[in-house]
Write a protein that binds this ligand. Structure first.
Ligand SMILES: CC(C)(COP(=O)(O)OP(=O)(O)OC[C@H]1O[C@@H](n2cnc3c(N)ncnc32)[C@H](O)[C@@H]1OP(=O)(O)O)[C@@H](O)C(=O)NCCC(=O)NCCS
Length: 226
């Protein structure tokens, strides 16, 4: 027990818990993400990238189903330092929201160290989280039509596309999930096929001078396989 009869806080455990709780890898798009999205877009669809106004319109139409994937933070060694007052204030608010007791006198680096918590690590991990790097995005309609999905070329084949697509596939009450894919886009076709999608049709000249394959997945397929 602490001197006031309160349980002694496991600071390191508490920080780790809060930090993990704060990391939301997939979240709705917000305006500061636009630059990153445009970069991913131009590198992923050089033939027909969406204009920035298209993304804003899509954000207005689908505020809850225009999602971005935030890459995990990478701590920078040169960022090492002690927690600032602002860092501590942020932590205190987060801790209090979680029902943890916070002692303001423990702000100094000594008390952090005594508590077994690496002050530099706190600053690093949180600084990393503030500078969010967008790894990819997905936009879909409430009834399961995938309007667009793209992952930054540097972050492909790491399972990000899978995580974003699973968000759609796990949406309750969807009867099917479907998308159009260029006939020449063999990478995307392999990706969807791995996720259990099947080709159900095609649309001639959907992309002007190229056909689209219509690919589809339905939760019923899983039940039938079970
Ligand atoms: C298609 C795309 C979204 C896949 O995203 P991703 O994050 O790389 O996919 P994942 O890492 O989750 O891949 C899961 C599996 O799909 C398959 N797959 C994904 N990309 C593939 C490719 N280019 N070639 C062959 N198989 C592929 C693999 O089986 C992969 O598993 P593995 O890496 O263990 O072999 C991504 O390549 C992309 O953004 N492409 C450009 C934009 C695009 O074509 N969008 C689709 C338009 S409809």
């Amino acid at each position: 027990m602490g001197k006031c009869g309160l349980p002694i806080i496991d600071w390191w455990g508490g920080f780790r818990y809060l930090r993990n709780k704060k990391v939301l890898r997939i979240r709705p798009f917000s305006l500061p993400d636009l630059d990153s999205i445009l970069q991913i877009e131009s590198q992923s669809f050089p033939k027909s990238p969406y204009h920035w106004t298209t993304f804003l319109n899509l954000h207005t139409l689908y505020p809850e189903t225009f999602l971005v994937y935030v890459n995990p933070s990478t701590p920078q060694p040169e960022d090492q330092g002690l927690p600032s007052t602002r860092d501590f204030g942020e932590l205190s608010r987060a801790a209090q929201a979680e029902g943890l007791r916070v002692d303001p006198e423990r702000r100094s680096s000594t008390s952090f160290s005594k508590a077994g918590f690496g002050a530099a690590e706190w600053v690093n991990t949180n600084r990393g989280q503030k500078e969010e790097e967008i790894g990819g995005y997905i936009i879909f309609t409430q009834d399961g039509h995938i309007i667009s999905i793209a992952i930054h070329p540097h972050h492909r084949r790491k399972g990000i596309g899978t995580q974003l697509l699973q968000r759609v596939m796990k949406t309750p009450h969807l009867k099917k999930v479907w998308a159009e894919v260029r006939r020449s886009n063999e990478g995307a076709q392999a990706f969807y096929s791995k996720m259990g999608f099947q080709i159900t049709g095609w649309v001639p000249n959907y992309y002007g001078n190229e056909d689209a394959l219509v690919i589809q997945w339905s939760p019923a397929t899983i039940k039938q396989q079970d």
